[in-house]
Design a protein around this ligand. Structure first.
Ligand code: EAX
Length: 326
């Protein structure tokens, strides 16, 4: 294994020759996330690393990078595609830029609740969607959660779409989100997540939207006054790996990567559940006002046109399968 477990000294003492930080015979797998270590992405890649090393008797040395140390989400997916990064765990935000056939996942008010989202992603529908990454030279290892997204801002408490009129919100670089948010009256300002805290602090944007796990673990409550539980879109996460690398592995190692990613996804979902249960209290204690009652139907009505546009462009097969999942 690597320095984290044995320590360099014990490896040297054992007569093992080191190349970089990996022992001879070990393959280095770097995994990058844009979120902090202590959060729902951090626990996912930590659990993945531990499980992969265990399943393969430490033939792999998994090196984990947090808070965008090796790049933001779009750059990480690009890296995985090119093979300059082995694995990333990312939201699907930037995914349509690589695999347009996965746009459906980011359609607003598609998933009813966590049970629905997890059920679909773990079903054969999820398997089929995961396989679509291969057209981009990427192996999708397992789905997980980023979470239901909610809006925060510094202008006013939002309870209806009218409150959003002209509000400048940072969005992900996701075409489905951007089109939908325009219909809500928002002025979407796409930028990489790694720039968001500073943009909120400096007032470059009025607000942003993200799941509770993201907002709390990045301390947005320190720079945002209001949060409305709009739950306007479910944001999946996914473990992605370079496809050529995956294909080059022996079958048993391929199984180990998929299994380890599933263990990572389970750790991620457990943390999301914990955050959903506890993080609002933390944010309230920091002085954030949390608005739970919204005119949900008004939001859905306003988004009808972007839903129709999506269907006109992509058909309704995927959408209906997901909506009708029981
Ligand atoms: O993946 O960019 C975003 O708003 C994402 O939700 C965040 O980076 C977590």
């Amino acid at each position: 294994v690597h320095h984290r477990k044995l320590g360099v000294l014990s490896l040297v003492a054992a007569g093992v020759i080191m190349i970089g930080s990996a022992a001879v015979g070990q393959t280095v797998i770097r995994v990058n996330v844009s979120m902090p270590k202590n959060g729902h992405h951090g626990v996912a890649i930590d659990a993945f690393a531990e499980e992969l090393e265990r399943l393969t008797d430490d033939r792999y040395d998994v090196q984990t990078f947090y808070a965008g140390a090796l790049g933001a989400e779009r750059e990480s997916i690009e890296g995985v595609q090119l093979g300059t990064l082995e694995v990333t765990f990312t939201s699907t935000g930037p995914v349509p830029n690589f695999v347009p056939e996965l746009e459906v996942l980011d359609v607003p008010y598609l998933f009813r609740d966590y049970e629905h989202a997890r059920g679909v992603l773990d079903s054969e529908i999820g398997e089929e969607l995961l396989a679509r990454f291969e057209t981009a030279g990427i192996k999708g290892l397992a789905w997980a959660d980023n979470g239901f997204r909610h809006m925060t801002n510094n202008i006013r408490p939002i309870t209806s779409p009218d409150d959003l009129d002209g509000m400048k919100l940072r969005t992900m670089e996701n075409p489905v989100h951007i089109a939908a948010y325009r219909e809500l009256g928002i002025l979407p300002t796409p930028m990489a997540f790694t720039e968001v805290f500073a943009a909120l602090q400096q007032g470059v944007v009025d607000g942003q939207e993200n799941p509770i796990s993201v907002i709390e673990s990045n301390n947005f409550q320190e720079v945002q006054k209001y949060m409305t539980l709009t739950g306007h879109v479910f944001s999946p996460c996914v473990f992605l790996m370079n496809l050529d690398l995956f294909d080059s592995l022996p079958a048993e190692d391929q199984v180990a990567f998929v299994e380890a990613a599933k263990v990572g996804a389970a750790a991620n979902r457990a943390r999301v559940d914990e955050d959903e249960a506890n993080a609002l209290d933390t944010m309230r204690a920091a002085g954030m006002e949390i608005i739970e009652d919204i005119e949900r139907d008004a939001f859905i009505e306003r988004l009808a046109e972007s839903r129709q546009d999506f269907i006109d462009e992509n058909g309704s097969e995927d959408l209906d399968r997901i909506l009708n999942w029981q």
